[in-house]
Design a protein around this ligand. Structure first.
Ligand code: ZN
Length: 327
C-alpha cells in the first residue's frame, strides 16, 4: 500500500464509529459527504473494537490504493460508545457488550498504527458535530443533543463548541435524576432519566407492570411498547406517559440551565417520529418558563445511521490538528 501522508490542508479524513456490535469507517470530505465506507462486525463483542477499528481503517486505505488515490489525509476521527477521556483518547468506561474495551488507549493505538493525528470522543458528542455541520443545528451556537437508545446519552454545544467538562464526561444526561425517590440506577443514584427514557428502561417498566398484572413475560421490547402505545394500548400509554414526563422534566432543567437555541433528540426510541417528538415538545412547554421557550426549537436528529461516522471525521476540522504531536 502507498505511504499515508498527513496533509493538514486536506479536505479528506477517515471517520470511525464504534458501537456495541459493529464498527463503521469511511472516507469523509470536509462538508460531511461520504466518499466510501465499510462496516466491520465486532462478532457480538468477542473482538476488541480497537483491533476492529484498525481493520476498518485499513479497508479504507485499501480502497484508496485500489483506486490509485494518494492517501493525503487530515487525520482520523473516532466516535465511540462509552466514556472517553477526551485528551488522551482512552476508554474509561464501556458497555458490557464490549469486554476488554475499558482502559484501551485507543488514540495512541491508532496514531502508532497509521501515523496520523487522531481524535477520539464519545459517540453523542460527535453526533452533535454532524448536527452542527449538516443537521438542524446548522445555524445554532447553543445546542443540546439527547440520544435515546439502549441507554441515554447527551451532548452540549456552548458558543459553537462541544463542552467536554474536566475530562470529557460532560452532558451525561442519562444519569440526571428526575425523581430522587425514583427507580434505583446502576450509577448509585435514583430516578435517573435513563430508567424512564432509554429502550432498556421502557421495556423493563412495561415488563414489571405486566408481571404485576399476572401477564406472562414474553420478552417485550421497547419497540413493542412503542407500537402498543401508538395503537392506544392502556398500559403502554401509562408507561410512555411516564417516559414523556421524565423527558420533559429533564429537558426543562437542562433548558433552564443552558438556555439552548435548539434541542435535538435522536436514537432508536424516537423512531416513532412526529407523534413522539410532539409529546416531548408538549411536556417541555408545560414545565419551562416562557422566556426560555422563545425561539427554542425541539427537533428530531439528522437522519441516517452513518451520521456517527460522519461526525467522527468532522472532529479533525473542528479541533486544531496542526500540532500533530499533541493529536
Ligand atoms: Zn444513573
Amino acid at each position: 500500500m502507498c505511504q499515508i501522508v498527513h496533509d493538514p490542508d486536506s479536505i479528506y479524513a477517515i471517520g470511525v464509529d464504534i458501537g456495541g456490535t459493529k464498527v463503521n469507517a469511511g472516507l469523509i470530505r470536509e462538508n460531511g459527504e461520504i466518499v466510501w465506507n465499510c462496516r466491520v462486525e465486532t462478532l457480538a463483542g468477542q473482538a476488541n473494537p480497537a483491533d476492529r477499528a484498525i481493520d476498518a481503517i485499513t479497508n479504507v486505505l485499501k480502497f484508496l490504493d485500489h483506486n490509485g488515490i494518494e492517501p493525503r489525509l487530515k487525520g482520523i476521527g473516532v466516535g465511540s460508545s462509552g466514556q472517553i477521556e477526551w485528551r488522551t483518547g482512552s476508554i474509561l468506561f464501556g458497555t458490557e457488550l464490549i469486554p476488554g474495551y475499558v482502559g484501551t488507549p485507543l488514540k495512541q493505538m491508532l496514531k502508532d498504527a497509521f501515523g496520523l493525528p487522531v481524535l477520539v470522543d464519545n459517540d453523542v458528542n460527535v453526533l452533535c458535530l454532524t448536527e452542527k455541520v449538516l443537521g438542524t443545528g446548522r445555524d445554532a451556537n447553543h445546542l443540546l443533543c439527547l440520544a435515546l437508545g439502549t441507554g441515554v446519552g447527551g451532548a452540549l454545544m456552548i458558543n459553537g463548541r462541544i463542552y467536554h467538562g474536566a475530562w470529557g464526561g460532560a452532558a451525561e444526561a442519562g444519569h440526571m435524576s428526575v425523581d430522587f425517590k425514583g427507580l434505583p440506577c446502576l450509577c448509585g443514584g435514583a430516578g435517573c432519566l435513563e430508567q424512564y427514557a432509554s429502550g432498556t428502561g421502557i421495556a423493563a417498566r412495561m415488563r414489571r407492570r405486566l408481571s404485576e398484572q399476572g401477564v406472562p413475560d414474553k420478552g417485550i421490547t421497547a419497540r413493542d411498547v412503542i407500537a402498543l402505545w401508538q395503537a392506544g394500548d392502556r398500559i403502554a400509554t401509562e408507561i410512555m406517559d411516564e417516559t414523556f414526563a421524565a423527558l420533559g422534566t429533564a429537558l426543562a432543567s437542562l433548558i433552564h440551565m443552558f438556555n439552548p437555541e435548539v434541542v435535538i433528540i435522536g436514537g432508536g426510541v424516537t423512531e416513532a417520529g412526529e407523534m413522539f417528538i410532539n409529546r416531548v415538545r408538549e411536556e417541555v412547554r408545560k414545565k419551562t418558563m416562557r422566556s426560555f421557550l422563545k425561539g427554542l426549537r425541539i427537533e428530531p436528529t439528522f437522519q441516517g445511521n452513518l451520521s456517527g461516522m460522519i461526525g467522527a471525521a468532522l472532529q479533525v476540522w473542528e479541533y486544531d490538528t496542526c500540532d500533530h504531536r499533541k493529536m
